[in-house]
Design a protein around this ligand. Sequence first.
Ligand code: NAD
Ligand code: MLT
Length: 315
Amino acid sequence: MSYKILISDPLNDDGIQPLLDRDDMLIDIQTDLTDEQLLEIISNYDALLVRSQTQVTRELIEKGVNLKIIGRAGVGVDNIDLDAATENGIIVVNAPNANTNSAAEHTMAMMMSLSRKIPQAYASLKSKRWERGKFLGTELKGKTLGIVGLGRIGAEVAFRAKGQRMNVIAFDPFLTEEKAEQMGVQYGTFEEVIQAGDFITVHTPLLKSTKHLINADAFKQMKDGVHILNCARGGIIDEEALYDAVVSKKVAGAALDVFEEEPATDNPLLELPEVIVTPHLGASTVEAQENVAVDVSHDVIQFLEEGSVQNPVNL
Ligand code: NAD
Ligand code: MLT
């Protein structure tokens, strides 16, 4: 028996080597397909491997009559219609642990860049201006970091923030006071966390329940001059509300790696000097890209060979 596997987003070459090594698996790497082209060819494949660019819609899943497994080389599965996959008997797997460190480090890099206005100062000096008075920063030491979502990445950010001598307060529906104490983190309700934070960072998945979790009402409850970070998913923060909160100076600065619509080249938030941005780079390290590709490759091989995987996302 041989299987055909389509890789429709760029994945790390070393990471997919376990698949390339197989004689019984034909690997087709086509990362520039239009939605229409993908719909036309998907029925030829037993497995589909994606990152976050390919939108795995119900229509695509229903056309994929031979699909058995969809592998997401990363954490977030919000680009995959999980209900449609389940209804069509297709397993979805992701790589939940493979980019945790990378995303946590990126969050810390963004927090330090935000507090010291490094991107703004860099752009100024690169355009041959020497503006020492313009970029007065704020220290992290002694400030409170509010974390919304204390899962894998949130917990790693908490650990690092304590290393910066910040106080950390966190909210997560699965967090208990006892667990928070073990982690050296203060336990808070959502309201307590957003009211206490000098810096607030979100690390939840994008779900119906977390869409616009940080909205105009939440901004009203925050401290004046709060700093906001989103290195999780576009849509957890209401971008229009964030825009207004920055313009009104309620929010002193924001650091965004993810956006409601990506690519985000026309996003109005890009116009605001207080908002620093990266183009969804949280998982973009050599290590994480190899790890995510290795993990999903192994899952796909195991599933096609044995008919089961350890932790499917949907079934
Ligand atoms: P995780 O599942 O380990 O943690 C998410 C946590 O959010 C869980 O503990 C969950 O209980 C909590 N949560 C759910 N709803 C909540 C709510 N309403 N309020 C507070 N907490 C809530 O996931 P993770 O691996 O830590 O990933 C977190 C996010 O980061 C995901 O959205 C993922 O897609 C994203 N991510 C982004 C990048 C990037 O490139 N920027 C890289 C990796 C992960
Ligand atoms: C993820 O959810 O893993 C991230 O968005 C990283 C990515 O796939 O680029």
